[in-house]
Design a protein. Structure first.
Length: 662
């Protein structure tokens, strides 16, 4: 207000002066303003420099550690065990230094991070914002791979140095102006922090990217302590958008909790840590994101939902558009209309080539939209069997890539593919539309909804598949007892807690089935992972399954026999298991992993991503893991089938039965 009043007074004064005096005064005023602005800028720079300075100092310190590691490797004799142990020790020290900057590195440039601390030598996963393109090869490097390389025989110094040198080169990326410019505002901070908390719950506490499981908890504690000065520096630099005191207080308690826990990963209480500390911290961070109107331009945030108040919210991230061509529909009446149409179509064999098979033929709603009675369903010809097990449609929208081989990027394309597949539903697009429109009810109801799809001249197969996905996706909104214990802190069987802790540690399940959906989508939830686990063709492990998995879609040696990691939610209701339905119960599945997958049972699978070593799980531990998995059963209210189907002008079509005949 003072500035405005001053400006008005100045203008009135200037109007009374001669033209020359105006110029002199104007120059004087501008000069004064320039000096004032320069002073303010310098003052703000002094105030705000602590946070970016800490960033620069830490990354420089990390790079110095990397350089020292490279120098030690260069001076070492890699054939001597003592030298290798020294290199391992320096790698571990460098990893600890890395944890002090992980907060920034993983968020600001995740691709470069794979060169610094990549978990796998080669990855082919495609992010959600790239999934319309073919996946491309990403070769990783860095500390984890260097450590693992030291465990191999025939170590070559050149290769070891390459892994470290590439990590050093990748670190230089974080000094670039395109990265450091984000440190000038507060927006990136809360988004970095969100990813940091999600990674604590799903990555940092499981050994996913730590080659020595004995170091998982010490690294976690070191990292959490290193974050405290970051929080302090941030608050000094950005006091107007400071971190809530209650967040800092709870974070301090979280550190104290980890400090009092055993260093052994297998003895760490993951359940209490996430329930009492990390999930509430996440909720507070989301609250601050809202209050401070945090915005993002980073593709890392592409899928995440800023409105979620819990890591275990079903809407934590968006992987699929369940409405398809009807994305514009928000009116509840019209959405209900689409749901009703989708339900009718789901049970209507009119979608098949012979009018005898419906979606419900294989995806039985009473069995969590799968088929628990058959390892694989009948083919369209009613004689042969399909090569793969029928997947549940529950929670399918929590995956970016669909089908077991990731062949589809949208739910609607997936449905279309099944309908038009000659070995599944055997329909054709032209015949399908003709038959559906021959039913007055379908024709009339869809025609009323065409206002939402002005880009289409008439009713298409996309309208049909979108109605289908709107219908069955609503059954993916259920929560489990485990979710309630995490979100609302409701009490739960102690055996569930013990089973979850085993799942996250000794059993190594969580290194592929990530919190919170327990599928292959990990923070920041922008891609779907595929794993090679060596599924056998039979229970005798006489040979590996000949299904090539991901390479059916995109050929690559690394992804041969790789399959998308599915969710274990509702697993007790979705047997049989694996892509070929080879296992009949959860005990058999856990024993398969316990024995090191296919390679652990003697099958020749050189690219297996699952460790072939035994997990040494006892029967009691396996039972506890099963109890935990049962706690992930979601409370879903299923509906009864429609009593009748729409009448067609074609009398032959009116003989079709609700749900089909096979």
């Amino acid at each position: 207000m003072r500035r405005v009043a001053c400006c008005r007074a100045t203008r009135l004064f200037v109007m009374k002066l001669t033209k020359m005096k105006k110029y002199i005064l104007l120059i004087t005023v501008l000069g004064t303003l320039f000096v004032s602005i320069s002073f303010i800028s310098k003052t703000e720079s002094l105030v705000s420099s602590e946070y970016p300075s800490l960033y620069t100092e830490r990354i420089q310190a990390f790079k110095q550690k990397q350089t020292a590691l490279l120098r030690r490797i260069d001076e070492s004799n890699v054939t001597k065990e003592s030298d290798l142990e020294q290199i391992k020790e320096i790698i571990q020290q460098t990893r600890v230094q890395l944890k002090g900057v992980d907060f920034w590195l993983r968020y600001l440039e995740p691709i470069s991070y794979k060169k610094i601390n990549g978990p796998l030598p080669v990855e082919w996963e495609t992010e959600v914002f790239e999934k319309h393109e073919a996946p491309y090869k990403r070769e990783a490097a860095g500390l984890t791979l260097a450590y693992l390389y030291l465990e191999e025989s025939g170590i070559e110094k050149k290769e070891l140095k390459r892994l470290v040198q590439e990590s050093i080169s990748a670190t230089d990326v974080y000094f670039a102006d395109s990265i450091t410019k984000h440190l000038a505002d507060y927006h990136h901070f809360y988004l970095c922090n969100r990813l940091y908390l999600l990674n604590i719950s799903a990555i940092y506490t499981t050994g996913f990217e730590c080659p020595d499981t004995e170091q998982v908890i010490p690294e976690l504690l070191s990292m959490m302590k290193d974050m405290q000065p970051v929080y302090v520096a941030y608050n000094k630099s950005f006091p107007a958008t400071a971190i809530y005191p209650e967040y800092l207080e709870l974070y301090e308690k979280a550190i104290d909790f980890v400090f009092k826990q055993p260093n052994d990963l297998n003895d760490f209480d993951h359940f209490t840590f996430i329930q009492q500390y990390i999930n509430p911290l996440f909720a507070l961070n989301q609250k601050m994101i809202h209050k401070y109107n945090v915005s993002s331009k980073n593709l890392v945030d592409y899928s995440l939902n800023k409105n979620s108040t819990s890591i275990f919210d079903k809407g934590l991230y968006y992987a699929q558009n369940t409405k398809g061509i009807f994305s514009r529909v928000t009116d509840s009446t019209d959405l209900n209309e689409l749901n009703d149409l989708g339900k009718l179509l789901f049970y209507d064999p009119i979608l098949s080539g012979n009018n005898l098979r419906s979606c419900a033929s294989c995806h039985l709603p009473t069995e969590y939209f799968t088929d628990t009675l058959n390892r694989t369903a009948l083919q369209f010809n009613r004689v042969d069997r399909l090569p793969r097990n029928t997947p549940s449609l529950i929670n399918v929208q929590q995956n970016h890539l669909l089908m077991m081989d990731g062949a589809h990027i949208t739910m609607q394309n997936q449905a279309k593919s099944v309908i038009l597949n000659p070995t599944e539903m055997g329909s054709t697009e032209i015949a399908l539309i003709q038959k559906v429109l021959s039913c007055k009810e379908y024709n009339t109801r869809f025609t009323k909804l065409l206002k939402y799809t002005p880009q289409e001249k008439g009713i298409t197969i996309d309208h049909i598949t979108s109605a289908l996905t709107i219908y069955y996706s609503k059954f993916s909104n259920g929560y489990s007892d485990f979710d309630a214990s995490m979100i609302e802190k409701k009490s739960i069987d102690p055996i569930v807690q013990e089973g979850f802790n085993l799942f996250m540690s000794k059993a190594q399940c969580a290194t592929c089935h990530f919190v919170p959906q327990f599928n292959g989508v990990k923070p920041p939830y922008v891609n779907s992972e595929f794993e090679v686990i060596g599924v056998p063709a039979d229970k005798l492990f006489s040979r590996v399954s000949m299904d090539n998995g991901r390479t059916v879609v995109y050929v690559s040696d690394e992804m041969n026999r790789a399959f998308r990691t599915g969710s274990i939610r509702n697993a007790p209701y979705t047997k049989p298991y694996m892509h070929n339905g080879v296992f009949d119960n959860l005990t058999e599945v856990i024993e398969f992993y316990n024995n090191g997958g296919g390679a652990g049972r003697g099958l020749d699978i050189p690219n297996q991503t699952l460790s072939s070593d035994s997990l040494h799980l006892t029967k009691e531990e396996i039972n506890k893991i099963e109890v935990f998995i049962q706690s992930l059963n979601e409370h879903i209210v299923f509906e009864k089938p429609p009593l009748t189907l729409p009448v067609s002008k074609d009398k032959v079509l009116n003989q079709r039965k609700v749900g089909g005949e096979y």
